[in-house]
Design a protein. Structure first.
Length: 325
């Protein structure tokens, strides 16, 4: 019996050691992949744009991102002949969208720039798009959602139910209002309403100026709804239907870009969550070491965007079909 017990103990000890080394090897492999990916992706920005048309992608939620601004500034100074911006975004914060719009406007002053709307360019995504002088969309793309949103959870009724009271001392009634722990006062609601209306007026003015709309057309398109690419052409929200080939053709015809120039990727902000090949490699590596549950979680890329959505503060220029705006 003692011999059997010793064997069992030894087996358990070996299993623990194997698990430790599997995890350690997986961490080292992932770190190496990330390092290689960042070097490769970062190098693309300076090596692949010479004598070419740069392709950049704006995807997912838009928020303030100084790294992206600096990458666009590097693109300004590169030898890229022109830039094609692919957009697939529901928007994000108004400040982040304004920052990206300003950066693209500066880039456009140095190089011909055209936008291609893939699946979606709504709210802040559309603010990004109108930085270009020419916007191309697919027939079934969704464009528009011109509006501003300020959302905040209010758990005051829940706190009453569970018997929790949040006390506070503040310098004035509107400090940190609304706070979600008490019913929103009429004064706080009016203050937030003024913020939203001011940002909405800025958004409308930007659309009117950039797209050359009169007041009647602006009223028609600026009620918060989205339009298909086909509808957007008629409403002057975009200029034509097409894809990247259409963008190249426009650059050749209108900006005299050489037709033989290749289109090459220029990465703005490579992150582990954005590099598909790294995520896949990491998943395969974890599978190989028996850590299947972790691998499945990494494959669920939607978690990254969900966390990003929850972490956004301030006013939003954001479209989502779930009905929350």
């Amino acid at each position: 019996m003692s011999l059997d017990s010793d064997v069992i103990v030894d087996r358990r000890r070996i299993r623990r050691k194997l698990t430790f080394w599997r995890v350690a090897a997986a961490v080292v492999a992932i770190a190496a992949l990330v390092g290689v990916g960042v070097i490769v992706a970062g190098g693309r920005g300076s090596l692949t744009t010479a004598g070419s048309i740069a392709r950049i992608n704006i995807e997912g939620l838009i928020r303030s991102d100084q790294d992206r601004v600096e990458a666009l500034e590097r693109l300004e100074k590169s030898q890229a002949a022109a830039v094609i911006v692919h957009i697939n975004s529901p928007g994000g914060t108004t400040a982040g969208s304004e920052q990206l719009y300003d950066a693209l406007t500066r880039l456009k002053a140095k190089k011909p720039l055209v936008v291609v709307v893939e699946g979606l360019a709504a709210s802040g995504g559309y603010i990004t798009a109108i930085a270009a002088d020419h916007i191309i969309a697919r027939q079934s793309s969704l464009v528009g959602s011109i509006g501003v949103l300020f959302q905040f959870p209010n758990v005051s009724e829940l706190l009453k139910t569970v018997g929790v009271k949040v006390e506070e001392i503040k310098s004035s009634p509107l400090k940190a209002a609304p706070n979600g722990f008490e019913p929103t006062s009429p004064e706080a609601r009016a203050a937030i309403d003024a913020l939203v209306k001011d940002s909405y007026a800025w958004f409308r003015g930007l659309v009117k100026e950039r797209r050359g709309m009169d007041d009647a057309l602006l009223e028609k398109v600026a009620d918060g709804r989205v339009f298909t690419g086909r509808q957007a052409v008629e409403l002057k929200l975009v200029d034509q239907l097409g894809d990247e080939k259409s963008a190249v053709a426009w650059l050749v015809q209108e900006k005299k870009i050489k037709s033989e120039l290749p289109v090459r990727d220029f990465r703005l902000n490579p992150r582990f969550g954005d590099l598909t090949f790294l995520r896949t490699a990491a998943s395969v590596t974890l599978d190989a070491f028996g850590l299947n549950a972790i691998a499945r979680r990494i494959e669920q890329a939607g978690l990254v965007q969900a966390v990003d959505r929850l972490g956004m503060d301030g006013m939003l220029a954001l479209w989502q079909p779930s009905g929350s705006n």
